[in-house]
Design a protein around this ligand. Structure first.
Ligand SMILES: NC(=O)c1ccc[n+]([C@@H]2O[C@H](COP(=O)([O-])OP(=O)(O)OC[C@H]3O[C@@H](n4cnc5c(N)ncnc54)[C@H](OP(=O)(O)O)[C@@H]3O)[C@@H](O)[C@H]2O)c1
Length: 418
């Protein structure tokens, strides 16, 4: 635990300059969590926009190859092997990439819980999967559990239904997501829809299932076999702001009316939550948390996107049949280790590490102690605050102690100046 005593204070790196300007307004869990973006002058705002453009130009040179036309996958079903006796959760397995993943896990003998909102549609998908794999490996099962991700009460109920039925969970695939959502703009808890559904609800589910994940990891023969896989997007590269997320996007949804921006923010937030979860817990509970872009495919995720968006990008997208291979790599490959997760590495299609994530986003992902700006850690604590009424947060709080240490250090520095 970091206590912020005298000698340690002097040996610590100086906090980034914005830090002192963050408005520490709300207690959420143990740490004080900023709910406002630090105020910015016009000059800083313009400099940040130019930086995003510059970083995107650099990415353009490699981005198409990396994220739309990747080399053939080196990891697929035959590398996973049999999944008999293992249990999986796939959110959003009623459609698109989640459906392909559920099908692959089932064919290999996995017991697959699909958490989805439409039972009739999901049962129809189960029928298709069973027809496609009439003789799956032993133990294969498909189970439906209802979940409505726009309401954290439903997330709690789904987690309870799962844990009442199962003693183990090998990989939690947090796949469900929505883009360009049209209609209702706020979730039941008043969050912006994309961030609420794609990010905060997924985090709530992860936290509710943490005890069963940790138990499975403790009993597992192989280290790093129990994982949580988070869905991000190529738009993390394109649209994320400097530092990746906005610190007021949970508390001030009215400031975020643009659905395309919100989708990108939610997906970057997913990466940040995976990285922060790994850092805070990884070494202790044995669960590997990893995020990445599964690749870009012609699925229903674009159902509400305006025509001009679809017309512009449709030719870049691939058919969905093999869309699950990145998830297979993230969920099962030995190339994904606890060290990678704790370092916050980011996966891309079709099963590789991102060779050049945007530096200003990586900076937001990294904690202050490692030279980053600590946005991921602050956002993590905000999410704890957002979900704690609905799910119990596991008591591993090493990072919280560090944040408290930072605050104490700042107070000590201030006292020294006075
Ligand atoms: N397709 C791409 O090009 C692409 C690229 C990068 C990342 N991704 C990510 O990959 C993941 C899967 O997307 P996809 O392309 O397979 O899209 P999809 O076919 O639309 O599947 C999305 C799944 O999420 C579920 N879902 C959406 N809102 C929900 C809610 N409020 N409550 C419960 N479930 C909800 C959907 O349920 P219903 O079936 O009931 O609608 C569906 O099962 C998403 O996280 C997406 O952001 C996709």
């Amino acid at each position: 635990m970091q206590t912020g005593t005298g000698p340690q204070i002097q040996s610590r790196p100086t906090l980034p300059s914005f830090d002192s300007k963050i408005i520490m307004a709300k207690e959420s869990g143990s740490p004080t969590v900023p709910i406002e973006e630090p105020p910015k002058s016009w000059a800083v705002a313009i400099a940040e926009t130019l930086r995003v453009l510059y970083e995107n130009l650099a990415l353009l040179l490699t981005g198409y190859q990396h994220q739309f036309n990747p080399p053939p996958p080196t990891f697929s079903e035959e590398h996973v092997g049999t999944l008999t006796g293992k249990v999986f959760v796939v959110t959003g397995g009623s459609s698109g990439i989640g459906k392909e993943l559920a099908s692959a896990l089932y064919s290999l003998g996995g017991k697959v819980y699909v958490l989805a909102r439409n039972q009739e549609k999901t049962e129809g998908v189960f029928g298709e999967i069973r027809s496609a794999h009439p003789t799956p490996q032993a133990g294969a099962e498909l189970k439906f559990v209802a979940i409505e991700l726009s309401d954290l009460r439903s997330v709690r109920a789904a987690a309870d239904a799962f844990t009442a039925a199962e003693q183990r969970l090998d990989v939690l695939f947090l796949n469900a997501g929505v883009a360009h959502h049209a209609g209702q703009t706020r979730t039941a808890q008043g969050l912006e829809w994309h961030v609420g559904v794609n990010t905060v609800a997924a985090f709530a589910l992860q936290e509710a299932l943490e005890p069963v994940l940790a138990r499975t990891a403790a009993a597992a023969k192989a280290a790093g076999a129990v994982r949580v896989v988070w869905a991000a997007s190529v738009l993390v590269d394109w649209f994320a702001p400097v530092n990746g997320v906005r610190l007021d996007m949970l508390a001030r949804p009215e400031r975020y009316p643009k659905v395309a921006t919100n989708y990108a923010l939610s997906k970057t937030a997913n990466w940040f939550l995976a990285a922060a979860s790994a850092r805070r817990r990884g070494g202790r509970n044995g669960v590997v948390y990893v995020a990445g872009n599964p690749g870009s495919y012609r699925t229903d995720v674009w159902r509400s996107a305006p025509g001009y968006v679809k017309d512009t990008f449709w030719w870049l997208l691939r058919e969905q049949q093999r869309s699950h291979v990145t998830y297979l790599w993230m969920g099962f490959s030995d190339e994904v280790t606890m060290q990678d997760a704790v370092a916050g590495r980011y996966a891309i299609c079709d099963g590789r590490w991102h060779p050049n994530p945007r530096p200003s986003v990586v900076q937001g992902m990294k904690p202050v102690e490692e030279g980053g700006t600590g946005y991921a850690d602050v956002f993590y604590d905000q999410c704890v605050g957002a979900v704690k009424e609905h799910v119990r947060i596991s008591p591993l709080r090493e990072k919280t102690e560090t944040l408290r240490g930072l605050r104490q250090r700042k107070q000590a520095e201030q006292a020294a100046c006075d």
